[in-house]
Design a protein around this ligand. Structure first.
Ligand SMILES: Nc1nc2c(ncn2[C@@H]2O[C@H](COP(=O)(O)OP(=O)(O)OP(=O)(O)O)[C@@H](O)[C@H]2O)c(=O)[nH]1
Length: 367
């Protein structure tokens, strides 16, 4: 072979090798991206709570996709999901990029909803990226759909103007959004079920199961940190007479209103539960028996001074008797379950004494 032809062949060979090295490098980069996405998919599928899922999306997605900002808009007509999550203790302060809307039409994703990609336009995309220190240059808004129902949108923002352009393919981000939508639907229905299992359908207060669990948690916490904790037993007086005079449905209205009035006197950290019938229990966190008695007196006065007005305008006068017991009256060295029972028994016997003494009064534990 002539020297020139040989050199040409060697050069061609080298170019091919370089090309192959490039391809291999690209393939390994793609492999790495796919593995990261697979790890992300596995992590969100495993999320067992709303907070865990949303937290994972906000933490992991910007890094995996190389984005500057990711926000999530959830469609929540009547704000039911928000209310339940809040009552289950989700701290929304930790999720500044979580946006709620009552109406999916406001997402401006078209009908049927489709991904919207392109340069950031404050008029069209501002609602999906509120309060951002730096506006994204290009954005991708991807509908979250479940059985063709729009449940929200995943909003991706990049400082690179070329990252999201109108003509680019959307298969990949749509696939990602569909997995996120399924995971969201799952955790939301699980949390809703959890909430229903812990609340009383008539009054919206918690039920006995919730208080039993919470009481044990709060006793352990109070014992560790040396904090105060009190319990109130509240019973509507002569409720049988109320039912007899305004009927069972009227009685139900009175129970609902009583729960609302009690709740209005409490702090967010306190918990109100209906124990069945016309009896409520309140757990007051960080309150000793003296301060709990002050709150109890406010509740008693509020009930006694203002008649409950039924939907048909009938006024119903109803009073409450309240028994109060604080953790300072129990032997905190005993097991948590014993302490919980003891505290409940002390508040219950104080309530019994309030009834014996003529009702419409607050009695504190003297043990
Ligand atoms: N409307 C309504 N009434 C209920 C509900 N659960 C229990 N009650 C009624 O609450 C009444 C409780 O009566 P009692 O336990 O005798 O007590 P009381 O009449 O409130 O009298 P004192 O507690 O001694 O002041 C009964 O008439 C029950 O039928 C409910 O969910 N709705």
């Amino acid at each position: 072979m002539e020297g020139a032809a040989k050199r040409e062949l060697i050069a061609e060979n080298e170019a091919l090798r370089a090309r192959l090295a490039d391809l291999l490098e690209q393939a390994s980069r793609n492999q790495e991206i796919m593995s990261r996405h697979q790890a992300f998919d596995l992590e969100i599928v495993a999320a067992s709570s709303f907070a865990q899922l949303v937290g994972t999306i906000f933490r992991a997605l910007p890094a995996i996709c190389g984005l500057d900002v990711v926000t999530l808009t959830l469609v929540d007509p009547g704000a039911d999901i928000y209310m339940v999550m809040e009552r289950l203790g989700v701290d929304f302060g930790g999720f500044p990029n979580l946006i709620w809307t009552e109406d999916g039409a406001g997402l401006a994703l078209g009908e049927p909803p489709r991904p919207v990609l392109g340069p950031f336009d404050p008029a069209r995309h501002g609602a999906a990226f509120p309060d951002q220190p730096q506006r994204p240059a290009s954005v991708g808004l991807v509908p979250l759909l479940r059985n063709r129902r729009l449940i929200g949108s995943l909003n991706l923002g990049s400082s690179d103007p070329q990252r999201f352009t109108a003509g680019m393919g959307t298969d990949f981000i749509e696939h990602m959004a569909s997995i996120i939508a399924i995971c969201l639907e799952n955790v939301i229905s699980n949390e809703m079920l959890k909430y229903i299992g812990l609340t009383d359908a008539l009054t919206g207060a918690y039920n006995r199961r919730y208080i039993d669990r919470r009481l044990a948690e709060e006793i352990s916490r109070a014992r560790r940190a040396g904090g105060a904790l009190s319990l109130m037993f509240i019973d509507l007086d002569h409720f049988k007479r109320v039912n007899d005079s305004v009927g069972h449905q009227g009685g139900d209205e009175v129970l609902r209103e009583a729960a609302a009035r009690i709740k209005a006197e409490l702090r967010l950290s306190d918990a109100l539960a209906r124990f069945g019938g016309e009896e409520f229990v309140v757990l007051l966190v960080d309150a000793d028996q003296r301060s709990a008695a002050v709150v109890a007196e406010r509740i008693r006065a509020r009930m006694a001074h203002t008649a409950v007005e039924l939907a048909d305008g009938t006024p119903v006068n109803v009073t409450v008797s309240i028994g109060v017991a604080g953790l300072e009256h129990v032997d905190v060295k005993r097991p948590v379950e014993d302490l919980a029972l003891q505290l409940l028994a002390l508040a219950d016997s104080a309530l019994y004494r309030a009834k014996q003494a003529g009702r419409n009064r607050v009695v504190t534990c003297t043990a």
